[in-house]
Design a protein around this ligand. Structure first.
Ligand code: SF4
Length: 343
């Protein structure tokens, strides 16, 4: 039987490994060779730049009922908000003033904003000379096409789990096949397409996580976000155990080795679960951080999980922390738009 070091070597050289091999690496007690290989590959393919994407969470209304999420429609314990287009653009200007070259517009699945309103916002953002990423959930092909036509560059839509049965349990009333179709539609329309996993969902096994990686590779995802499940009050899973940092880091390292050119964030959830999460994520394959550029009064209300909006009331404090982490690691802030290399 191959040793863990041998398996990592095979993966690093071939950029491919079957689900059984991936499962073995996920469950192996020794992770250091895996982390080091991911860091080498990250450096070789995407360099030392860390792209900062300015996140604006513009509405915490959501029509869905994902069991793990604090924004689910059934959660009556949170106060809801919507930013006006003018507020969104003001925060985008702030992000641009901080030197950021990407604005990420994120919300729950909120049908309140019309397609034309969203397109207008995208068009105005593009005049600010930024890349625009959308993270607004499942929409029709026509809507995705209109937003692309308006200038949107990227779209984030995490599958969370590629296991159809687990997906169905976690997402009542939603269709696994529709989510997969949305991802392939986004690719077809020319978006840089991001997806990812929620690690630690109840009933999720290492083999399922390995299958997520196989799914990402088959999709040829451009961006992959992998974070720990953090149980949220007011949800059916509020007493669940949640995800382990080490499993998240192993998943990130494996994603980098399988898909060397992807953009991959050290997620906010990782930094909430572990105070050292940004550093650890950046050392295990990540090359992106998404500082929150929203208004401090809204950050706490975008309560997908507890602690999310509490770390940094002010965006400039978060930027200072990120800069400090980058300096310690000898990494630098990306100066360009941070598109996937080779595109
Ligand atoms: S995960 Fe997204 S779609 Fe699901 S409830 Fe939360 S905000 Fe809504």
């Amino acid at each position: 039987m191959q040793t863990i070091t041998d398996l990592v070597k095979v993966l690093e050289e071939a950029q491919a490994l079957d689900q059984a091999g991936l499962t073995r690496l996920l469950t192996a007690p020794e992770a250091i060779p895996l982390y080091h290989a991911a860091d080498r590959v990250r450096k070789r393919y995407v360099g030392d730049e860390v792209h900062l994407r300015g996140l604006i969470e513009f509405s915490n209304y959501c029509r869905r009922g994902c069991l793990y999420c604090g924004l689910r429609a059934g959660n009556t314990q949170i106060r809801r908000y919507r930013m006006t287009p003018a507020e969104i653009l003001t925060r985008a200007r702030y992000a641009v003033g901080q030197g950021l070259k990407t604005v990420v517009l994120q919300s729950g699945e909120d049908p309140h904003y019309t397609v034309e309103e969203l397109c207008d916002i995208v068009r105005t953002l593009k005049k600010m000379d930024v890349a625009v990423t959308l993270s607004i959930g499942e929409r029709s092909k026509d809507t995705y096409a209109a937003l692309k036509e308006a200038g949107a560059d990227r779209f984030l839509l995490r599958i969370e789990t590629s296991n159809e049965q687990l997906y169905a349990r976690m997402h009542p009333g939603m269709s696994y096949q529709n989510r997969v179709n949305c991802l392939y539609t986004l690719k077809e329309l020319g978006y840089e397409t991001g997806t990812g996993s929620l690690v630690g969902l109840p009933g999720q096994t290492p083999a399922m996580l390995a299958a997520d990686l196989v799914f990402f590779k088959a999709l040829d995802a451009d961006m992959i976000g992998i974070g720990p499940f953090i149980p949220s009050p007011g949800t059916p899973l509020d007493h669940a155990a949640g995800g382990e940092v080490e499993t998240v880091l192993k998943m990130m390292a494996l994603a980098r080795l399988l898909m060397p050119e992807i953009n991959m964030p050290a997620t906010t959830a990782l930094s909430v679960k572990d105070r050292d999460g940004y550093r650890k994520g950046l050392s295990c394959g990540a090359n992106v951080i998404m500082p929150n550029m929203g208004l401090s009064e809204y950050k706490k209300l975008y309560a997908v999980y507890p602690g999310k909006g509490e770390g940094f009331a002010r965006s400039d404090e978060q930027m200072v922390k990120i800069q400090t982490v980058l300096q310690k690691l000898g990494r630098k802030v990306g100066q360009g738009y941070g598109f996937r290399v080779g595109r």
